[in-house]
Write a protein that binds this ligand. Structure first.
Ligand code: ADP
Ligand code: ZN
Ligand code: ZN
Length: 750
């Protein structure tokens, strides 16, 4: 038998099946398959994709009835052994089906076996013209001259198509240059790179800074961990503008020098193009290392190319949003998680993994260092540091000892009573806006909401226009005069009369970005005012253009939702206004206080980054609220003590873990009934290991015509109980029309 082994492999199918299946390797595929290979296998009458998890000898033995693997999809394995283990962990910890985990981890074009393309690039040729010859060319063939100049200016050889498009030239211009050997053409495997056009933007300065004492200490500590090649997590708590990014860049360099690779996570990549440019240029110039960019807006081709570069070790750094944690890099040495407190790291759909926590776990598997950074670290991470699980590094001072801005709190109740405000902007804020404009300094106004106003409210009867499918008010969009539901996309025209009492006074309540933009235009008719929100964000380049214009001082006032608060670094901004600080406070979430505090600190951090001191105006209806007061005093420790005490009292995370269970269906009685039956079952079976709350209606009771109920489980630790909970759930007799979702360590549940 031994001489002629039947090669069996264990495979995770990318389909609804919840377990590994065994297959046999046909002769022609023997030796071509490794753990992590993507293969095609027959399953029933269909054929499906699968990832090889186990190799021969390890599996059940002998199994002559096994079906054969039909095909290998890529020559190279799509997973490293570490990624296989990470996938197992995500599946188990987040109670997710393996199919979903694998689909998240292996980009679609890779699964589809899409192949690479080759593309032409232009680089300077053998011949170099002397100044006179160059001047002659300029006269004789200005287009050729301009093309040559453009190509020579680039740090990297630009794509031919990009050059043509940028300069509006034809093939014949390039052909001329190629014939004269002033340019040469290179054919390479395509790198359809979403950030390529940034390379032509010479404004991003790439030079490093001499580190200050605090930065040096932080770099030294983390570098010591790196050198040990053992797992460690460091928490970098640095006030806004203290130079955290510079610390990351130095450490990335160290990790590369040690022959390791780097994952750099940011909460929202589009907002960090400044940082991406800085990182790419620095690493390319300093050590010739390529960076791949990874985020949700990549096209299929871009995604495939980025993945290929990482999988083949051509790029040794990946920078990206949450899912970049699954990048197919080998020998990862450093994982940076910037703004680690951000809720955006938690995926809101299956698999509901937390990017930061997954980063810490991957670092463990890779014997790597995880570096979490924030000006407002999460309570979870701070406690982990206090308990000795993380090393704490602190940057207490801003660069060049710049002052943290002064925060002024404006009580909006009084403002409204005194009728001094202007369309939602208080008098102090209006005065300061005018003052900054006159001094030719820049201002940013942040709004917590999206759209022109949150809801449409009748002042006579109090009727609020609701989405007929979801239990939320619809949102008014001035641009197209429509009301839209932000949950299900329902659209309707705005009524002229109140649907309830026929009053014609039905009008907009609250204020969104559009309304604030309008108010600012009224106050400062000559100023250049721009708005940035989710709608602007949707256009890939518009966003970067606006930021570019703002940096160059072509915009006086920038109005945006709080999501633009992250990472912006503009020296000429001396005023920041937060128009509605309260919204986050009223969310039905035990993290509401923490989110409000973080929002205020992050928003304030955008002011006073240059030589001039900054000022911050916060408008609120609840000036005495804890987080607002702590933020005004810049008292992180005070806020933390208070928050930790509260969490401890109620047994909230991080003192215990929380698992959320959502039940939904069209018939509310039925949903509630089954939720109750289920919770009773959990109490019986797992009551000694879980504390149970619910079922109760979810904060958002109805969405897309589905009625929603929720249950909560509290437990000291997830791993010992999650497998049993999941098994119990799989075995429970759920009716077909009830859907339920488990969410482990939820972030902001609605
Ligand atoms: P943070 O991420 O902590 O908010 P940044 O890393 O963006 O701060 O740094 C703020 C600004 O200070 C940036 O413009 C950066 O280039 C600059 N900077 C960082 N470190 C130094 C340093 N050691 N010396 C001078 N300037 C620095
Ligand atoms: Zn009415
Ligand atoms: Zn809706």
């Amino acid at each position: 038998m031994k001489n002629n082994p039947v090669e069996t492999v264990g495979i995770w199918p990318l389909t609804g099946i919840r377990r590994e299946l065994d297959y046999r390797l046909p002769e022609h595929l023997q030796g071509k398959v490794q753990p992590g290979s993507l293969v095609r296998v027959p399953l029933g009458k269909r054929s499906c994709l699968g990832v090889v998890a186990r190799m021969p000898g390890e599996g059940p033995w002998p199994l002559k009835d096994l079906k054969l693997v039909s095909q290998v999809v890529h020559d190279q394995p799509v997973f490293t052994p570490t990624l296989l283990r990470l996938a197992e962990w995500v599946r188990e910890y987040y109670a997710a089906p393996m199919e979903g985990v694998l689909e998240t981890m292996i980009p679609k074009p890779v699964r589809q076996g899409m192949s690479v393309q080759t593309v032409k690039f232009l680089a300077p040729g053998k011949k170099v013209l002397a100044a006179e010859a160059l001047a002659a060319l300029k006269k004789k063939a200005p287009r050729q001259w301009a093309t040559l100049a453009f190509v020579r200016e680039q740090v990297f050889a630009p794509r031919k198509s990009l050059v043509k498009q940028r300069l509006g030239i034809t093939d014949s211009v390039i052909k001329g240059l190629l014939e004269k050997e002033l340019l040469r053409e290179e054919e390479r495997v395509a790198d359809r790179d979403a950030y390529e056009d940034d390379l032509a933007d010479q404004e991003v300065v790439a030079t490093g800074h001499e580190l200050n004492d605090e930065q040096t200490a932080a770099v030294d500590h983390v570098a010591a961990s790196l050198a040990k090649e053992e797992y460690a997590t460091h928490l970098l708590h640095g006030v806004t503008g203290s130079g955290k990014t510079e610390v990351y860049l130095h450490l990335i360099r160290r990790a590369l020098d040690l022959g390791r690779t780097v994952i750099y996570l940011v909460p929202e990549l589009a907002l960090t193009s400044q940082t991406v440019g800085r990182l790419r240029r620095r690493m390319e110039q300093e050590c010739g290392v390529q960076t791949a960019v990874w985020h949700s807006m990549l096209s299929a081709g871009e995604r495939l190319d980025a993945w290929r570069k990482l999988n083949s070790n051509e790029a040794r750094i990946v920078v990206g949003a949450r899912s970049a944690i699954f990048a197919p890099l080998q020998k990862v040495g450093l994982i940076v998680v910037d703004e680690e407190h951000e809720a955006a790291y938690k995926q809101a759909e299956t698999p509901r993994y937390h990017g930061r926590d997954t980063a810490v776990y991957r670092a463990r598997l890779e014997n790597a260092v995880c570096l979490l950074g924030s000006a407002t670290p999460s309570v979870e991470s701070i406690l982990n540091a206090r308990r000795g699980k993380y090393h704490l590094e602190k940057l207490t001072k801003r660069i060049d000892d710049r002052k943290l801005p002064r925060i002024q709190i404006v009580d909006m109740k009084r403002e409204i009573l005194s009728k001094r405000g202007n369309m939602g902007l208080s008098r102090p804020l209006v005065d300061k806006l005018i003052d900054r404009y006159e001094r030719q300094e820049q201002s940013i106004l942040f709004i917590n909401r999206r759209g022109f106003s949150k809801s449409i409210l009748c002042p006579d009867c109090g009727h609020v226009c609701m989405c007929p499918h979801c239990s939320v008010p619809v949102t008014y969009h001035k641009f197209d005069e429509l009301m839209k539901c932000h949950l299900c996309g329902y659209v309707e025209t705005v009524p002229h009369k109140c649907p309830a009492c026929r009053s014609e006074k039905i009008r907009q309540k609250g204020f969104g970005t559009q309304r604030v933009e309008e108010a600012v235009r009224k106050i400062l008719p000559k100023a250049k005012v721009f708005r940035m929100d989710a709608d602007t964000m949707a256009k890939k380049n518009l966003f970067r253009e606006i930021l570019g214009d703002f940096r160059r001082g072509r915009i006086d006032v920038l109005v945006g939702t709080q999501m633009i608060a992250k990472g912006l670094d503009f020296p000429n901004v001396t005023l920041v206004g937060l128009v509605d600080a309260d919204i986050a406070l009223h969310l039905p979430d035990f993290r509401a206080q923490e989110r409000t505090f973080q929002l205020l600190v992050q928003v304030s951090g955008r002011a006073g980054r240059g030589d001039r001191a900054g000022e911050v105006v916060v408008q609120t209806f609840t000036p005495q609220a804890g987080p607002i007061e702590y933020a005004r005093q810049g008292d992180f420790e005070g806020f933390l003590e208070n928050e930790i005490e509260q969490r401890k009292m109620f047994g909230y995370p991080p003192f215990r873990h929380l698992i959320h269970h959502l039940f939904q269906g069209r018939n509310p009685e039925k949903v509630e009934f089954f939720a109750e039956q289920w919770m009773r079952k959990v109490e019986q079976e797992l009551g000694d290991r879980l504390e149970i709350r619910g079922p109760a209606p979810a904060a958002l009771e109805k969405m897309k015509d589905q009625y929603r109920f929720q249950g909560w489980y509290f437990c000291p630790s997830v791993s010992p109980v999650i497998r049993d909970l999941q098994k119990l759930r799989d075995d429970f007799d759920w009716p077909d029309d009830i859907r339920q979702i488990l969410d482990v360590d939820p972030a902001g549940v609605i």
